[in-house]
Design a protein around this ligand. Structure first.
Ligand code: NAP
Length: 285
Protein backbone atom coordinates (compact mmCIF):
# COMPACT_ATOMS: atom_id res chain seq x y z
CA UNK A 1 0.00 0.00 0.00
CA UNK A 2 2.05 2.95 -1.28
CA UNK A 3 -0.90 5.33 -0.87
CA UNK A 4 -4.49 4.89 0.17
CA UNK A 5 -6.61 5.39 -2.95
CA UNK A 6 -10.30 5.43 -3.79
CA UNK A 7 -9.99 1.70 -4.55
CA UNK A 8 -8.03 0.58 -1.49
CA UNK A 9 -9.55 -2.58 -0.04
CA UNK A 10 -10.06 -3.03 3.67
CA UNK A 11 -8.69 -5.92 5.74
CA UNK A 12 -9.24 -5.94 9.48
CA UNK A 13 -8.69 -7.57 12.82
CA UNK A 14 -11.65 -7.84 15.18
CA UNK A 15 -10.50 -8.57 18.72
CA UNK A 16 -10.61 -7.35 22.27
CA UNK A 17 -8.08 -6.19 23.19
CA UNK A 18 -6.78 -5.43 19.68
CA UNK A 19 -4.29 -2.66 20.22
CA UNK A 20 -1.26 -4.86 21.06
CA UNK A 21 -1.73 -7.13 18.05
CA UNK A 22 1.25 -7.70 15.76
CA UNK A 23 -1.04 -8.43 12.78
CA UNK A 24 -1.40 -4.87 11.39
CA UNK A 25 2.38 -4.39 11.18
CA UNK A 26 2.89 -7.82 9.67
CA UNK A 27 0.16 -7.57 7.03
CA UNK A 28 0.71 -3.92 6.08
CA UNK A 29 4.46 -4.51 5.62
CA UNK A 30 3.71 -7.46 3.30
CA UNK A 31 1.03 -5.54 1.37
CA UNK A 32 3.39 -2.65 0.90
CA UNK A 33 6.24 -4.88 -0.20
CA UNK A 34 4.07 -6.52 -2.87
CA UNK A 35 2.40 -3.22 -3.89
CA UNK A 36 -1.10 -4.53 -3.13
CA UNK A 37 -3.82 -1.92 -2.73
CA UNK A 38 -5.17 -3.03 0.66
CA UNK A 39 -4.94 -1.64 4.16
CA UNK A 40 -5.16 -3.73 7.35
CA UNK A 41 -6.62 -2.09 10.45
CA UNK A 42 -7.23 -3.39 13.98
CA UNK A 43 -10.61 -2.78 15.63
CA UNK A 44 -11.34 -3.32 19.30
CA UNK A 45 -14.69 -5.09 19.24
CA UNK A 46 -15.99 -6.05 22.67
CA UNK A 47 -17.68 -9.36 23.38
CA UNK A 48 -21.30 -9.03 22.21
CA UNK A 49 -20.35 -6.46 19.56
CA UNK A 50 -19.43 -8.88 16.78
CA UNK A 51 -22.80 -8.87 14.97
CA UNK A 52 -22.73 -5.10 14.40
CA UNK A 53 -19.06 -5.17 13.42
CA UNK A 54 -19.65 -7.92 10.84
CA UNK A 55 -22.71 -6.16 9.42
CA UNK A 56 -20.66 -3.00 9.09
CA UNK A 57 -17.75 -4.72 7.36
CA UNK A 58 -20.11 -6.56 5.02
CA UNK A 59 -21.96 -3.34 4.18
CA UNK A 60 -18.67 -1.59 3.44
CA UNK A 61 -17.44 -4.45 1.26
CA UNK A 62 -14.35 -5.24 3.35
CA UNK A 63 -12.24 -7.88 1.58
CA UNK A 64 -11.75 -9.98 4.69
CA UNK A 65 -10.80 -10.01 8.34
CA UNK A 66 -9.13 -11.89 11.15
CA UNK A 67 -10.78 -12.82 14.41
CA UNK A 68 -9.00 -13.18 17.68
CA UNK A 69 -10.14 -13.46 21.31
CA UNK A 70 -13.08 -13.45 22.07
CA UNK A 71 -14.70 -13.84 18.63
CA UNK A 72 -13.30 -17.01 17.06
CA UNK A 73 -16.30 -19.19 17.94
CA UNK A 74 -18.95 -16.46 17.80
CA UNK A 75 -18.07 -15.72 14.15
CA UNK A 76 -19.47 -19.12 13.09
CA UNK A 77 -23.00 -17.72 13.44
CA UNK A 78 -22.48 -15.01 10.81
CA UNK A 79 -20.84 -17.06 8.05
CA UNK A 80 -22.41 -18.06 4.73
CA UNK A 81 -19.95 -20.92 4.29
CA UNK A 82 -17.29 -22.65 6.35
CA UNK A 83 -14.14 -24.48 5.34
CA UNK A 84 -14.30 -28.13 6.51
CA UNK A 85 -11.18 -27.86 8.68
CA UNK A 86 -12.57 -24.76 10.45
CA UNK A 87 -15.85 -26.63 10.96
CA UNK A 88 -13.96 -29.54 12.55
CA UNK A 89 -11.98 -27.21 14.83
CA UNK A 90 -15.14 -25.25 15.63
CA UNK A 91 -13.62 -21.79 15.30
CA UNK A 92 -12.68 -19.28 12.64
CA UNK A 93 -9.76 -16.86 12.63
CA UNK A 94 -10.04 -15.69 9.02
CA UNK A 95 -13.00 -14.55 6.93
CA UNK A 96 -12.90 -14.01 3.18
CA UNK A 97 -15.64 -11.86 1.62
CA UNK A 98 -16.29 -13.35 -1.84
CA UNK A 99 -18.81 -11.10 -3.60
CA UNK A 100 -20.77 -10.61 -0.39
CA UNK A 101 -20.53 -14.24 0.77
CA UNK A 102 -18.61 -14.63 4.02
CA UNK A 103 -16.44 -17.75 4.07
CA UNK A 104 -14.76 -18.81 7.31
CA UNK A 105 -11.35 -20.49 7.66
CA UNK A 106 -9.08 -21.49 10.49
CA UNK A 107 -5.46 -20.86 9.49
CA UNK A 108 -4.00 -21.85 12.89
CA UNK A 109 -3.85 -25.51 11.82
CA UNK A 110 -2.04 -24.85 8.53
CA UNK A 111 0.15 -22.22 10.23
CA UNK A 112 1.14 -24.67 12.95
CA UNK A 113 1.94 -27.37 10.38
CA UNK A 114 4.14 -25.10 8.28
CA UNK A 115 6.04 -24.03 11.40
CA UNK A 116 6.37 -27.60 12.65
CA UNK A 117 7.58 -28.92 9.30
CA UNK A 118 10.52 -26.50 9.43
CA UNK A 119 11.78 -28.54 12.40
CA UNK A 120 10.29 -31.97 11.69
CA UNK A 121 10.01 -32.58 7.97
CA UNK A 122 8.30 -35.97 8.03
CA UNK A 123 5.45 -36.27 10.51
CA UNK A 124 4.02 -39.54 9.28
CA UNK A 125 4.25 -42.22 11.98
CA UNK A 126 5.56 -39.69 14.54
CA UNK A 127 4.03 -39.50 17.99
CA UNK A 128 3.13 -36.14 19.51
CA UNK A 129 1.98 -35.12 22.96
CA UNK A 130 -0.14 -32.01 23.37
CA UNK A 131 -0.86 -30.06 26.54
CA UNK A 132 -4.21 -28.22 26.28
CA UNK A 133 -7.21 -28.95 24.08
CA UNK A 134 -8.63 -25.42 23.84
CA UNK A 135 -9.14 -23.49 20.58
CA UNK A 136 -5.49 -23.59 19.50
CA UNK A 137 -5.16 -27.15 20.80
CA UNK A 138 -7.95 -28.34 18.49
CA UNK A 139 -6.16 -26.73 15.53
CA UNK A 140 -2.98 -28.61 16.49
CA UNK A 141 -4.92 -31.88 16.79
CA UNK A 142 -6.59 -31.41 13.38
CA UNK A 143 -3.22 -30.57 11.81
CA UNK A 144 -1.38 -33.57 13.23
CA UNK A 145 -4.14 -36.06 12.49
CA UNK A 146 -4.20 -34.86 8.86
CA UNK A 147 -0.48 -35.78 8.67
CA UNK A 148 -0.80 -39.38 9.87
CA UNK A 149 0.84 -38.60 13.21
CA UNK A 150 -0.41 -40.16 16.45
CA UNK A 151 -1.31 -37.85 19.29
CA UNK A 152 -1.92 -37.90 23.04
CA UNK A 153 -3.69 -34.89 24.51
CA UNK A 154 -3.53 -33.96 28.18
CA UNK A 155 -6.10 -31.54 29.59
CA UNK A 156 -7.23 -30.83 33.13
CA UNK A 157 -10.34 -32.70 34.26
CA UNK A 158 -13.55 -30.75 33.60
CA UNK A 159 -16.01 -29.79 30.87
CA UNK A 160 -13.35 -29.30 28.24
CA UNK A 161 -11.96 -32.78 28.76
CA UNK A 162 -15.46 -34.25 28.41
CA UNK A 163 -16.11 -32.18 25.28
CA UNK A 164 -12.82 -33.38 23.81
CA UNK A 165 -13.96 -36.98 24.25
CA UNK A 166 -17.24 -36.15 22.47
CA UNK A 167 -15.35 -34.33 19.71
CA UNK A 168 -13.09 -37.36 19.21
CA UNK A 169 -16.15 -39.50 18.48
CA UNK A 170 -16.99 -37.29 15.49
CA UNK A 171 -13.65 -38.01 13.81
CA UNK A 172 -13.31 -40.62 11.05
CA UNK A 173 -12.53 -43.97 12.74
CA UNK A 174 -8.94 -44.16 11.55
CA UNK A 175 -8.17 -40.65 12.89
CA UNK A 176 -9.96 -41.29 16.19
CA UNK A 177 -7.74 -44.34 16.69
CA UNK A 178 -4.63 -42.16 16.47
CA UNK A 179 -5.91 -39.76 19.15
CA UNK A 180 -5.75 -40.54 22.89
CA UNK A 181 -7.09 -38.16 25.52
CA UNK A 182 -5.96 -38.13 29.15
CA UNK A 183 -6.60 -36.02 32.24
CA UNK A 184 -3.53 -33.90 32.99
CA UNK A 185 -3.75 -35.11 36.59
CA UNK A 186 -2.88 -38.71 35.57
CA UNK A 187 0.84 -38.67 36.30
CA UNK A 188 1.53 -42.28 35.33
CA UNK A 189 -0.06 -41.85 31.90
CA UNK A 190 1.84 -38.60 31.43
CA UNK A 191 5.16 -40.24 32.26
CA UNK A 192 4.51 -43.13 29.88
CA UNK A 193 3.27 -40.98 27.01
CA UNK A 194 6.13 -38.48 27.38
CA UNK A 195 8.57 -41.40 27.20
CA UNK A 196 7.07 -42.52 23.87
CA UNK A 197 6.73 -39.14 22.15
CA UNK A 198 8.83 -37.46 19.49
CA UNK A 199 7.17 -34.03 19.75
CA UNK A 200 5.84 -32.14 22.82
CA UNK A 201 3.51 -29.19 22.30
CA UNK A 202 2.28 -26.63 24.81
CA UNK A 203 -1.09 -25.10 23.90
CA UNK A 204 -1.90 -23.85 27.41
CA UNK A 205 -1.21 -20.34 28.72
CA UNK A 206 1.30 -21.79 31.23
CA UNK A 207 4.51 -19.83 30.73
CA UNK A 208 3.06 -16.50 29.68
CA UNK A 209 2.36 -13.33 31.68
CA UNK A 210 0.60 -14.28 34.92
CA UNK A 211 1.95 -17.84 34.60
CA UNK A 212 5.56 -17.02 33.74
CA UNK A 213 7.08 -19.51 36.18
CA UNK A 214 4.79 -22.37 35.20
CA UNK A 215 5.06 -25.25 32.74
CA UNK A 216 2.60 -28.07 31.97
CA UNK A 217 5.47 -30.53 32.62
CA UNK A 218 7.88 -29.65 35.40
CA UNK A 219 10.13 -32.71 35.54
CA UNK A 220 12.94 -32.62 32.96
CA UNK A 221 13.39 -36.40 33.38
CA UNK A 222 10.06 -36.83 31.54
CA UNK A 223 11.44 -35.37 28.29
CA UNK A 224 13.25 -37.50 25.71
CA UNK A 225 16.64 -36.25 24.52
CA UNK A 226 16.48 -35.20 20.86
CA UNK A 227 12.68 -34.79 20.84
CA UNK A 228 11.17 -31.48 19.70
CA UNK A 229 9.42 -29.22 22.23
CA UNK A 230 7.13 -26.66 20.58
CA UNK A 231 5.46 -23.93 22.62
CA UNK A 232 2.64 -21.98 20.98
CA UNK A 233 3.54 -19.06 23.26
CA UNK A 234 5.92 -16.52 21.66
CA UNK A 235 6.11 -13.97 24.49
CA UNK A 236 8.38 -14.70 26.35
CA UNK A 237 10.50 -16.28 23.62
CA UNK A 238 11.72 -19.03 25.92
CA UNK A 239 9.06 -20.23 28.32
CA UNK A 240 9.74 -22.38 31.35
CA UNK A 241 8.41 -25.35 29.32
CA UNK A 242 11.09 -24.72 26.68
CA UNK A 243 13.79 -24.15 29.31
CA UNK A 244 13.04 -27.48 30.96
CA UNK A 245 12.89 -29.27 27.61
CA UNK A 246 16.16 -27.72 26.45
CA UNK A 247 17.88 -28.73 29.68
CA UNK A 248 16.72 -32.30 28.95
CA UNK A 249 18.37 -32.20 25.52
CA UNK A 250 15.30 -31.43 23.40
CA UNK A 251 15.27 -29.19 20.36
CA UNK A 252 12.97 -26.22 21.01
CA UNK A 253 10.70 -23.90 19.01
CA UNK A 254 8.42 -21.09 20.20
CA UNK A 255 5.13 -19.84 18.70
CA UNK A 256 6.57 -17.04 16.58
CA UNK A 257 6.86 -19.12 13.43
CA UNK A 258 3.26 -20.35 13.84
CA UNK A 259 2.12 -16.76 14.32
CA UNK A 260 3.85 -15.81 11.08
CA UNK A 261 2.51 -18.75 9.07
CA UNK A 262 -1.11 -18.46 10.26
CA UNK A 263 -0.94 -14.84 9.05
CA UNK A 264 0.68 -15.94 5.78
CA UNK A 265 -2.15 -18.44 5.20
CA UNK A 266 -4.75 -15.69 5.72
CA UNK A 267 -2.81 -13.34 3.45
CA UNK A 268 -2.82 -16.00 0.72
CA UNK A 269 -6.58 -16.50 1.08
CA UNK A 270 -7.25 -12.77 0.74
CA UNK A 271 -4.76 -11.73 -1.90
CA UNK A 272 -3.80 -14.96 -3.71
CA UNK A 273 -0.14 -14.07 -2.98
CA UNK A 274 2.48 -15.61 -0.72
CA UNK A 275 3.44 -13.36 2.15
CA UNK A 276 7.09 -12.37 1.61
CA UNK A 277 9.26 -14.45 3.90
CA UNK A 278 11.96 -11.88 4.68
CA UNK A 279 13.00 -12.55 8.25
CA UNK A 280 9.82 -13.74 9.87
CA UNK A 281 11.24 -13.34 13.35
CA UNK A 282 11.92 -9.64 12.67
CA UNK A 283 8.48 -9.11 11.13
CA UNK A 284 6.58 -10.28 14.14
CA UNK A 285 8.72 -8.82 16.90
P1 NAP B 1 -8.05 -21.50 25.16
O1 NAP B 1 -9.03 -21.86 24.11
O2 NAP B 1 -8.48 -20.64 26.31
O3 NAP B 1 -7.48 -22.90 25.76
C1 NAP B 1 -6.56 -22.90 26.85
C2 NAP B 1 -6.12 -24.33 27.14
O4 NAP B 1 -5.17 -24.28 28.20
C3 NAP B 1 -7.25 -25.22 27.62
O5 NAP B 1 -7.01 -26.54 27.20
C4 NAP B 1 -7.14 -25.11 29.15
O6 NAP B 1 -7.63 -26.26 29.79
C5 NAP B 1 -5.64 -25.04 29.33
N1 NAP B 1 -5.27 -24.38 30.56
C6 NAP B 1 -5.57 -23.11 30.93
N2 NAP B 1 -5.03 -22.83 32.13
C7 NAP B 1 -4.40 -23.95 32.53
C8 NAP B 1 -3.67 -24.31 33.71
N3 NAP B 1 -3.49 -23.43 34.70
N4 NAP B 1 -3.15 -25.55 33.80
C9 NAP B 1 -3.33 -26.44 32.80
N5 NAP B 1 -4.03 -26.18 31.67
C10 NAP B 1 -4.55 -24.94 31.54
O7 NAP B 1 -6.77 -20.80 24.57
P2 NAP B 1 -6.15 -21.01 23.10
O8 NAP B 1 -6.72 -20.02 22.18
O9 NAP B 1 -6.23 -22.45 22.79
O10 NAP B 1 -4.62 -20.58 23.34
C11 NAP B 1 -3.72 -21.42 24.03
C12 NAP B 1 -2.30 -20.86 23.95
O11 NAP B 1 -1.85 -20.87 22.60
C13 NAP B 1 -2.17 -19.41 24.42
O12 NAP B 1 -0.96 -19.28 25.11
C14 NAP B 1 -2.12 -18.62 23.13
O13 NAP B 1 -1.40 -17.42 23.27
C15 NAP B 1 -1.37 -19.59 22.22
N6 NAP B 1 -1.66 -19.39 20.77
C16 NAP B 1 -0.59 -19.12 19.95
C17 NAP B 1 -0.82 -18.97 18.57
C18 NAP B 1 0.35 -18.68 17.67
O14 NAP B 1 0.12 -18.31 16.51
N7 NAP B 1 1.57 -18.87 18.10
C19 NAP B 1 -2.11 -19.10 18.04
C20 NAP B 1 -3.18 -19.37 18.92
C21 NAP B 1 -2.93 -19.52 20.30
P3 NAP B 1 -8.85 -26.23 30.85
O15 NAP B 1 -9.97 -26.92 30.17
O16 NAP B 1 -8.33 -27.03 31.98
O17 NAP B 1 -9.13 -24.81 31.23
Amino acid sequence: MEKITGKTKLLALLASPARHSLSPALHNAALQQLGLDYVYLAFDVPEGGLKEAVEGLRALGAAGWNLSMPHKQAMLEYLDEIDPRAALIGSVNTVVNRQGRLIGYNTDAAGFLRALREREADLSGKKALLFGGGGAGLAVIAALLSENAALSVFNRRGDRLENLEKWRKKLPGEQAERLCIFPLEEEKALREEMGRSDIYINATPLGMKANLEKSPAEDSALFRRGALAFDLIYEPEKTRFLEIAEAAGCRIENGKSMLFYQAAEAFLLWTGKDMPQRRKTEDVS
